[in-house]
Write a protein that binds this ligand. Structure first.
Ligand code: CTP
Length: 414
C-alpha cells in the first residue's frame, strides 16, 4: 500500500505540532506527501518544518505557484486527504464548501477518501453548529474521526483531543486498503470488546500467561467507535497498546476479573465480541510468598478450570439473563491436527460455544500472535462461511464489523 499521493491538511490549532509525526509516518511508509496548512496553522508550526518533513514546497493560498494550478491539481491527483488537526473553523468552511484557501479548494476537487481528525475544546466540539457540520460532512462521505478525551490546552479535560498520530495513520491507511471501511453503521449501538491475554497468578512474582498482544481486539474497538458505536473495551494484558480514542477502557488481569467485567457490561450491550485470549486454567492456590527452590519446591502445579466467559454469555442469553437481541461473537485460534483441519475444529467450536459468529485465525508458523497482519474465516451460526483475506488487523476488524452490522440488522439467531 505504498507510493500513494497523500495530502496532509493542517488546521490552526495547538495540536498542529502532532502533524509532524503523521507526515513522517506517511513518508516512512513510502507515500508521496503534500502538506497544506491554513494560514493560521503557520502560527503554530513553521513552513520549513513541513517542507523538510514532506520533501515538498508548502503553500497556503491559491495565488502561489499559479502556473501549476495547485488548487485544482493537488486535490484531483490525491489518493487520500487527511486533515489533522481539523479545527471547528476548518470543519465549518469544509461543510460550507468554501474555497478561500488552498486547503479548502483542494477539498472541493478531491474525489478520494477524506479524513478529518478534529481537535478543539469540548464546548466547541459539542456546539450544535459543529455537530451539524460534522453530520453534513459525514453525510457527504467524509470520515470525521471521533476525537479522544483527555487533557486539552490549559487545565481543562474532555472530548476534543486530537487522537495520537499512530491512530490517525492507522485509520487513514485502512481507507487506502478499503475506502468504504468506516461507514457510520453502528450509530446508536453499544459494543463490548474483550482483548489481550489474561494473567493467572502463581505467587507474588509469577503467573501463567499467553502470547496475545491484544492488537486484533484493540483494532475492533477502535473501528467500532469510529463506525459510531459506544464501545467498552475490557482489556487484559497487551503488548503495551495505547487505548483507542473515545473508547471506555476497563483494565483487568485475571480470567475471573475479565468474566466479571464482561458480564457486567454485557447487560447493556447490543453486541459482545470476545477476542481476548482467556486462560482456560489458573493455579488452584496462589502462594502468598515467593515459591523458593529447594525444600518444599512443587513438582506439580495443580490447576483449576476457569469459567468459559463466551459460553456463559450464550447460556445467559438462552435463559433470559441477557437480552435475546444481544449478538455474541467469539474468536478461535486454531491449528489443524490428526483429528481435522483448522475449519473442522472451528465449526465444532462454533457449535459447542453457541455464539452467532466465530472469527477463525489459523495459528503457528508466525501467524496471528504479535504480528500486524492476519487472515482466516468468519463462520456464522446459520452456516455462513466467509474467507478473510490476508491483510492488516484493521482490515480484518472492518470485515468482522461488517458481519456484526448485518447480524444486528437481521437479529441474532438465538
Ligand atoms: N473464551 C472465553 N473464556 C474462556 C476461554 C475462552 O470466553 N475461559 C473465549 C475466547 O475469548 C474466544 C473463544 O472463547 O472468543 C475461543 O477460545 P479458545 O481458547 O479457542 O477456546 P476453548 O474453548 O478454550 O477451546 P480449546 O479447547 O480449543 O482451547
Amino acid at each position: 500500500m505504498s507510493g500513494k499521493r497523500i495530502v496532509v491538511g493542517v488546521g490552526g490549532g495547538i495540536a498542529a505540532y502532532k502533524c509532524c509525526s503523521l507526515i513522517r509516518k506517511f513518508t516512512e511508509d513510502g507515500h508521496h506527501v503534500r502538506v497544506i496548512p491554513t494560514e493560521s496553522a503557520l502560527e503554530f508550526i513553521g513552513r520549513a518544518t513541513l517542507e523538510a518533513l514532506s520533501g515538498n514546497t508548502v503553500h497556503t493560498g491559491v495565488f502561489e505557484d499559479v502556473p501549476a494550478v495547485p488548487h485544482v491539481r493537488i486535490g484531483q491527483e490525491a489518493d487520500l486527504v487527511v486533515i489533522a488537526p481539523a479545527t471547528a473553523d476548518l470543519l465549518a468552511r469544509a461543510a460550507q464548501g468554501r474555497a478561500d484557501d488552498l486547503l479548502t479548494a483542494t477539498l472541493l476537487t478531491a474525489r478520494c477518501p477524506v479524513v478529518f481528525a478534529p481537535a478543539m475544546h469540548t464546548e466547541m466540539w459539542e456546539h450544535p453548529a459543529t455537530v451539524a457540520n460534522v453530520a453534513l460532512l459525514r453525510e457527504r462521505g467524509a470520515t470525521v474521526i471521533e476525537p479522544a478525551s483527555g487533557r486539552l490546552t490549559g487545565r481543562d479535560t474532555g472530548a476534543g483531543r486530537l487522537p495520537e498520530p499512530d491512530e490517525i495513520f492507522g485509520l487513514a491507511s485502512l481507507l487506502l486498503e478499503r475506502s468504504d471501511a468506516l461507514p457510520r453503521d453502528l450509530e446508536g449501538r453499544s459494543v463490548v470488546v474483550s482483548a489481550g491475554g489474561t494473567r493467572e497468578p502463581l505467587d507474588p512474582v509469577r503467573f501463567l500467561g499467553n502470547r496475545s498482544s491484544g492488537k486484533q481486539g484493540y483494532a475492533i474497538a477502535r473501528l467500532a467507535v469510529q463506525r459510531g458505536a459506544t464501545v467498552t473495551l475490557i482489556s487484559g494484558i497487551t503488548a503495551g497498546l495505547e487505548p483507542p480514542a473515545a473508547v471506555d477502557v476497563v483494565n483487568v488481569q485475571t480470567a475471573e476479573q475479565m468474566r466479571e467485567a464482561v458480564d457486567k457490561h454485557a447487560t447493556t450491550a447490543d453486541a459482545v465480541i470476545m477476542s481476548a485470549a482467556v486462560a482456560d486454567f489458573r493455579p488452584t492456590t496462589v502462594a502468598t510468598a515467593k515459591i523458593k527452590k529447594g525444600a518444599g519446591e512443587p513438582d506439580i502445579i495443580p490447576l483449576t478450570k476457569n469459567a468459559d466467559i463466551l459460553a456463559g454469555l450464550v447460556d445467559a442469553r438462552r435463559d433470559g439473563r441477557l437480552s435475546k437481541s444481544t449478538a455474541i461473537v467469539g474468536f478461535a485460534a486454531e491449528t489443524g491436527d490428526e483429528n481435522g483441519d483448522v475449519l473442522t475444529h472451528a465449526r465444532a467450536k462454533l457449535a459447542r460455544k453457541g455464539c452467532d459468529l466465530l472469527v477463525v485465525n489459523p495459528v503457528g508458523d508466525g501467524k496471528a500472535f504479535e504480528v500486524d497482519n492476519n487472515d482466516g474465516w468468519l463462520l456464522s451460526a446459520d452456516g455462513g462461511e466467509v474467507a478473510l483475506d490476508h491483510g492488516s488487523k484493521a482490515l480484518m476488524a472492518s470485515r468482522v464489523l461488517d458481519a456484526l452490522t448485518a447480524l444486528l440488522d437481521r437479529g441474532p439467531t438465538a
